[in-house]
Design a protein around this ligand. Sequence first.
Ligand SMILES: C[S@@+](CC[C@H](N)C(=O)[O-])C[C@H]1O[C@@H](n2cnc3c(N)ncnc32)[C@H](O)[C@@H]1O
Length: 324
Amino acid sequence: MSDGAREVACPLTVRHEPVLLEEILAALQIRAAGIYVDCTLGGGGHAEKILQQLSSDGLLIGFDQDAEAIVRVSRRLAPFGSRAKIVQGNFRHVAALLKGAGADRVDGILMDLGLSRYQLEGDAGGFSFQSEALLDMRMNRDASIPTAGDLINGGDPKTLRKILVEYGEEKRWRSIVRAVVKAREQAPIRTARQLADLVVRALPGARRYRIHPATRTFQALRIAVNDELNALREGLQGAFHRLNPGGRLCVISFHSLEDRIVKQYFQTLEKGCVCPPAMPVCGCGKTPSLRRVHRRPIVPSPAEVQRNPAARSARLRTGEKLSE
Ligand SMILES: C[S@@+](CC[C@H](N)C(=O)[O-])C[C@H]1O[C@@H](n2cnc3c(N)ncnc32)[C@H](O)[C@@H]1O
């Protein structure tokens, strides 16, 4: 299987346990009385393990944009009482969310990107190919944003092309856009399954693919609907600024678009002077503000992948804040 194919296969695979758990706990270097943030609570697996390492003086603040996740995780973390503060919100507003939770600076932050197994298993959001649910794909279903159905049935061909190419890296976008435009002239494409079947029919030979032929289309739509890449960019910046020096930012991503954003952000912070090489003396005064804890991303061990195949595309990057 090509690397690209492997990368996009994962977000639609159900994840049954927290990914890279031991690696995350080690990377965060948890202090029992510290303040830690889980920006993507999901089922609460990582959050629960972090809380188990905190003393009564420690605090975990957790976010998720999905209201159902908040209800579920609140039940799971209830035994930790006031040591767990749970807030519904998008991590792109991490600074404001932390302020609302009464925290100015924190000691470690986790982002475990993508969908949780609950979002896929129940699949009321139309995230997976077999789903008879309406094409929605909003992670926060209270948000007034266009759904996947709105984009598929209302987006002009140029917009559809942009989504498929930029967010799905889909080389066969022409056939897919043509098929979508033709189909919706007859009747709206309503369910996730209808779209998946249409993509299969639009791509000759698709049935021989090792991943579902609609994988890239679904990934692209989900990213577009939730504006995931911009949310990540903003979330990284907000998170970094709220870290105490010595604090660590851990990000688990599942496809190359996300991983590239994390890598480039860390590299920018890691750099010192950014003056043009021709400048005889530094005028920018910029010094490195982050250290990459490991040069290459950490990936799951073969044993973890065997236990939990959905972990196979995970990549963990960790940055340690050096200074403001
Ligand atoms: C992969 S799951 C996290 C799993 C979790 N670490 C666990 O151990 O169960 C990702 C979660 O992040 C949430 N999410 C994704 N993007 C988000 C964002 N921009 N802001 C807040 N939550 C987000 C999703 O709703 C989902 O519940």
